[in-house]
Design a protein around this ligand. Structure first.
Ligand code: GEM
Ligand code: ZN
Length: 382
């Protein structure tokens, strides 16, 4: 029997090994983000357990940032391309995942990872289109690029000043990797020259897309914060280049372009559903925005059984919104339709998938699908 080893020296790798002696009792602890207490994300490689009934015990799962692990199943992969769920139990303190590996190397993660290299490949793919301009907004604290994609059909008969400005941001919380899978699906469809929905949207809109708002936190294996420990989705009222340059740079660009429709893409650790959170608590919320929100949700539900509006966050009382969040700050600042989109780390309970749960591929499909409610709303948002 070969020696058991665990490694994490790769993009978003993170776990603490407590005991690695007995394959039936591998003891682990989820590590916190590099500069904050949030602990939830894990991603590591196990070698030496082929053919052995293996149990992974996450000893501090009950002390994680979002300790409701009930119904969650760990994702695993042999080739880092195809990820599947493995049987997982949670007793309120320890989470235990079980697998008998069929190969001597197997990876485990909280959700299907999205690497910085894949992020660069996505930008490379998009940059090949004649509808896309890549704009360098500046650098993160670890020195990575903040890249904005500006996407429109310049040859369309709609003057630029009449086009609707549609902004999408994703992965402010770096462990919510489903957000960048969503953007990958969104971009692949938007740039599909044969897709009639995309052709009309590129004529009527100018899209501004930030596929990864937090590249440092993503590479570091953080759940929720950037290299300085900032929760970027609490920085939108008063960002700084020293603490939250990612938000500072994007927010400056938003103030220069204006916004008619905003989507901020996230993942939710607890609720097994896809849903949105809007601006009902904003001081400037109006009947116009309420009607736009309802029409957007109805249009999305009409085309996707994976989207629903029954389960989600509590509605906020009038005037009680926290304007440090992207969606609320943008909705208030630009008096526009603005939504936080949430996808599950667990599964869509309305349409569960036994083998994969919620996945990168299903996130891509949801991202491609959102073009339809955008088309339904494009003539009403202003
Ligand atoms: C959430 S956004 C929370 C919005 N809440 C309501 N009630 N509108 C966050 O930043 O905490 C997004 C996320 O982390 O997924
Ligand atoms: Zn989030």
């Amino acid at each position: 029997m070969s020696k058991l080893t665990i490694s994490t020296q790769f993009d978003s790798g993170s776990i603490e090994v407590v005991s690695l002696v007995d394959h039936r009792d591998i003891q682990l602890r989820i590590k916190p983000d590099n500069a904050s207490e949030f602990a939830q994300w894990f991603h590591f490689r196990l070698q030496g357990a082929v053919g052995l009934p293996t149990q992974l015990r996450f000893l501090n799962a009950g002390k994680s940032a979002y300790p409701d692990w009930y119904g969650y199943r760990v994702v695993a992969s042999y080739d880092r391309q195809h990820w599947f769920r493995i049987p997982t139990e949670f007793d309120g303190q320890v989470m235990t995942a079980s697998v008998t590996p069929v190969a001597n190397s197997i990876y485990f993660a909280y959700f299907e990872p999205y690497s910085y290299e894949r992020h660069l490949d996505l930008i490379g793919f998009a940059g090949e289109s004649d509808k896309v301009e890549l704009e360098h907004l500046g650098n993160t604290l670890d020195g990575r690029d903040m890249t904005l994609l500006r996407i429109t059909d310049e040859l369309a008969p709609v003057p630029l000043g009449k086009k609707k400005k549609v902004w999408l941001t994703a992965r402010q919380h770096p462990g919510e990797t489903m957000a960048e899978w969503f953007i990958e699906g969104f971009l692949e469809r938007l740039l599909d020259v044969d897709d009639p929905v995309s052709r009309v949207l590129l004529s009527k809109c100018c899209f501004y897309v930030v596929p990864n708002m937090n590249p440092d936190g993503a590479a570091r294996g953080n759940l929720r914060t950037n290299a300085a420990g900032a929760n970027l989705n609490r920085e939108w009222q008063n960002p700084s280049m020293s603490h939250s340059p990612e938000v500072f740079l994007v927010r400056e660009k938003m103030l220069a372009t204006g916004i008619d429709l905003f989507l901020d893409v996230h993942g939710d650790e607890i609720r097994p559903y896809n849903f949105v959170a809007g601006c009902e608590g904003n001081p400037g919320y109006s009947d116009r925005l309420h009607k736009l929100e309802n029409a957007f949700k109805a249009a999305w539900m009409a085309i996707s059984p994976d989207f629903q509006d029954v389960h989600g966050y509590e509605k906020e009382a009038p005037g009680q919104a926290n304007l440090t969040l992207a969606t609320n700050w943008v909705g208030q600042q630009f008096d526009c339709l603005a939504y936080t989109i949430e996808m599950p780390f667990k599964d869509n309970a309305d349409l569960p998938d036994e083998e994969y749960g919620w996945s990168g591929e299903r996130s891509k499909k949801l991202g491609a699908g959102v073009l339809s409610p955008i088309l339904a709303m494009v003539d009403q948002v202003r």
